[in-house]
Ligand binder design. Structure first.
Ligand SMILES: *[C@@H]1O[C@H](CO)[C@@H](O)[C@H](O)[C@H]1NC(C)=O
Ligand SMILES: *[C@@H]1O[C@H](CO)[C@@H](O)[C@H](O)[C@H]1NC(C)=O
Ligand SMILES: *[C@@H]1O[C@H](CO)[C@@H](O)[C@H](O)[C@H]1NC(C)=O
Ligand SMILES: *[C@@H]1O[C@H](CO)[C@@H](O)[C@H](O)[C@H]1NC(C)=O
Ligand SMILES: *[C@@H]1O[C@H](CO)[C@@H](O)[C@H](O)[C@H]1NC(C)=O
Ligand SMILES: *[C@@H]1O[C@H](CO)[C@@H](O)[C@H](O)[C@H]1NC(C)=O
Length: 655
């Protein structure tokens, strides 16, 4: 008999479950009564996802409090490995990366924690949370029993898990359950590397102890669960509001015949991710509320993914395959907006939860006010080419064939590749990447004159003309690493990952500059542009700078704001050296970037630095950026591949 068919039977089980007495501070799965037990009592979580890595530390408390006030009793968070170990053995756990502080805050506020420490997390995060330096081992097979991979995982978990141990529920902390890996059942068409999952499971047990509830999460289908779940790890499923709740939970029951009543949905999607060039995703509050109600009525444990999405600052956004990068905003159409604002969806969800749980009393922290600082005039600084010496801290590397970012010891960002035309090209000659090896976008110029743009999967050729010996500069931008399905790691390599050709010839003799742009921006190393005759073309990748002062006499400033770059095309923007992320209004849908108040200063003028890669609107007079109080995430999209969104509907990097 299906457990899900009889509502009365469920009710009965729930009642039975609530009766036994237990020891203090324990958390477990009760397989006999099909429920979780916290301190011996039957327990059900209603949880929401929040990624501390996507929210400035100063706002953690505000966001957590809003989650608590919505009636949640738990939160779920990922730990992105590459955020904490950017180079091997150099760990970072302070400031915005202080995950221990985040856990303490959650506990103080009264929220339990479902921890998802990976090692792989997906989450639309750069390379699914795995550090790019893993790729320095050429044939590494990620997420498998590959000895190099496993050794790196062991070392990282040996650092992280002992740090997490005191925060386990049974040790006095907020963490009730810990996920092992993430959607492993979806990994390259079911490799079923059980040894890898067994190894992880043992590793987690060694560091965290026998008592903690470990679990796995997979797509709600038997195929996914087959490889993703192993004995000793509690199997959970994920699906969205459009999914068939009954069928999904039946799939989980198949893998996990007993355990918490109905099921655990680890990722109940409240919205959906965006891609550059595809319309902004929106999921109606009514649909989310209805599905949530249905699951809660079944007695299920639920996590809402995301409860607040936040922002992919810097270069931290991920991408999906076929290549499609996620934008800077990870708003997700979640109940709390990117900036933590209360939405209609928030209140709709709260109303549903109210029917099942007592909602905390007292005021909900209000939406933080936004301020419109107005227009800031921008002045041109050096082009990338002019600033090369300043930007290339380690100096150039020479080789016959192009090298990748990783070979050049660079994780992400920008590299300038330089060579010369081997022959005269008096007629337009195709400069091509026949193997689609530009990862991910390249800005080509000849002797300082723009020649066009190459883009992964989209534009593999530009025509060039010039004399033999002309300097060819190719600035390659990485737009976010994808999740991965194949055994090879080619898709994760960045830069020029295959040879470029000019006509029929392979281009040789490269000089490559790894660019430390973030360091140069924060150390204020960029100089003014030199005046040339004739003036430099406006379409070369170049820096621009402006500043603004927080007005006097207005209470409670600085406040959050959004930066908008009308008529600018594509690039990266920093404020006071903080990398806000990528802008690309010409592709859409994201038009404004979130600027949290904590990076603004009242003591000195605030410095805005823009790296415009295509063409700044400054050639005919002064150009500017704007600070506005209203976000625009659903701008018009300009893209030639309309089916992108459809493709991603389920195969997506399932968060
Ligand atoms: C949902 O799944 C159940 C069980 O597999 C099935 O009986 C039902 O018809 C499905 N409902 C819809 C709307 O597809
Ligand atoms: C390059 O030039 C050829 C011949 O003039 C033309 O057919 C082709 O479309 C051009 N390619 C690009 C990318 O402009
Ligand atoms: C470029 O071509 C050469 C010669 O065929 C080959 O050895 C080399 O691996 C290629 N380089 C890349 C980055 O594909
Ligand atoms: C902005 O730059 C100016 C000049 O480089 C510097 O004096 C000022 O302190 C900077 N402002 C902030 C907030 O860092
Ligand atoms: C974008 O969202 C705003 C606010 O929700 C809405 O008013 C507007 O109609 C939307 N625009 C488009 C193009 O969907
Ligand atoms: C990664 O993307 C591929 C292709 O889009 C997809 O098939 C696969 O399920 C994704 N992998 C994971 C682990 O989400």
């Amino acid at each position: 008999m299906s457990l899900l068919t009889s509502g009365n039977m469920l009710l009965l089980l729930l009642l039975l479950c609530g009766q036994s007495l237990g020891a203090p501070r324990s958390f477990s799965v009760d397989y006999k009564s099909d429920c979780f037990r916290k301190d011996g009592e039957a327990f059900r979580y209603i949880s929401g996802s929040i990624h501390y890595s996507r929210i400035p530390r100063v706002y953690w408390k505000d966001r957590l409090l809003k989650m608590y006030m919505a009636g949640l009793n738990a939160i779920q968070t990922y730990i992105p490995w590459n955020y904490h170990e950017e180079s091997p053995g150099r760990y970072s756990f302070s400031g915005d990366r202080d995950v221990e502080y985040f856990l303490k805050l959650a506990q103080e506020i009264g929220l339990l924690v479902i921890l998802r420490p990976g090692p792989y997390i997906c989450g639309e995060w750069e390379m699914g949370g795995l550090p790019a330096w893993l790729l320095t081992k050429k044939d590494i097979v990620l997420r498998s029993s590959d000895p190099d991979y496993v050794a790196a995982v062991d070392k990282w978990m040996g650092k992280l898990l002992p740090m997490m141990k005191p925060y386990l529920y049974q040790n006095g902390g907020p963490i009730i359950t810990v996920q092992v890996e993430n959607e492993y059942g979806s990994y390259f068409a079911c490799a079923c590397d059980y040894n890898y999952m067994r190894h992880l499971s043992k590793l987690f047990r060694t560091h965290l102890g026998e008592e903690v509830v470990l679990f796995t999460t997979d797509g709600a289908g038997l195929g996914y669960l087959k490889c993703g779940s192993i004995q000793g790890l509690y199997a959970t499923v994920d699906f969205g509001p459009g999914g068939n709740v009954t069928a999904a939970f039946e799939a989980q029951r198949h893998a996990e015949p007993h355990g918490p009543l109905a099921s655990v949905n680890s990722e109940f999607y409240t919205g959906w991710l965006d891609h550059w060039g595809s319309p902004h995703s929106v999921v109606s509050s009514a649909i989310v509320a209805k599905s949530l109600n249905k699951m809660l009525a079944m007695g299920a444990n639920v996590n809402l993914y995301m409860f607040i999405g936040g922002t992919n600052f810097g270069y931290w956004n991920g991408a999906n395959s076929p290549y499609g990068a996620q934008p800077t905003s990870y708003d997700y159409d979640a109940p709390l907006s990117e900036a933590g604002d209360l939405t209609e969806k928030y209140f709709a969800i709260r109303e549903v939860i109210k029917m099942y749980r007592k909602i905390p009393e007292g005021p909900i922290p209000p939406t933080t006010p936004k301020y419109s600082y107005g227009t800031v005039v921008m002045k041109k600084l050096q082009t990338i080419t002019d600033a090369l010496e300043t930007l290339s801290f380690s100096g150039p590397v020479k080789s016959v064939y192009p090298q990748t970012f990783i070979e050049l010891n660079q994780a992400f960002g920008f590299v300038l590749y330089r060579t010369t035309l081997p022959v005269d090209c008096s007629a337009p000659t195709p400069l091509s990447s026949p193997l689609n090896g530009v990862h991910d976008r390249a800005y080509v110029s000849l002797d300082g004159v723009p020649a066009g743009i190459l883009e992964r999967n989209k534009a593999l050729t530009v025509n060039v003309t010039g004399k033999a010996g002309s300097q060819v500069d190719i600035l390659v931008e990485n737009m976010g690493r994808i999740n991965f399905t194949e055994k090879t790691t080619t898709t994760l390599k960045l830069g020029l990952v295959s040879n470029l050709t000019l006509g029929k010839d392979t281009l040789l003799g490269w000089t490559m500059y790894s660019l430390s742009i973030d360091e140069a921006v924060s150390q204020d190393l960029l100089g003014e542009t030199k005046t040339t005759d004739p003036p430099q073309p406006a379409a070369l990748p170049a820096f621009y700078k402006g500043s603004f002062i927080i007005p006097d006499g207005i209470p409670n400033l600085p406040q959050d704001t959004y930066i908008k770059l009308p008529k600018w095309r594509k690039g990266q923007v920093w404020i006071n050296g903080f990398n806000l992320g990528r802008y690309w209004p010409t592709r859409g849908p994201q038009v404004t970037l979130f600027v949290p108040a904590n990076i603004l200063s009242t003591a000195a003028p605030n410095n805005v630095t823009v790296l415009e890669l295509e063409e700044a609107p400054c050639s005919s007079g002064p150009c500017s950026v704007e600070f506005t109080a209203t976000p625009i995430l659903n701008g018009t999209v300009h893209s030639d591949d309309k089916q992108h969104r459809r493709l991603f509907k389920r195969i997506c990097c399932g968060n």
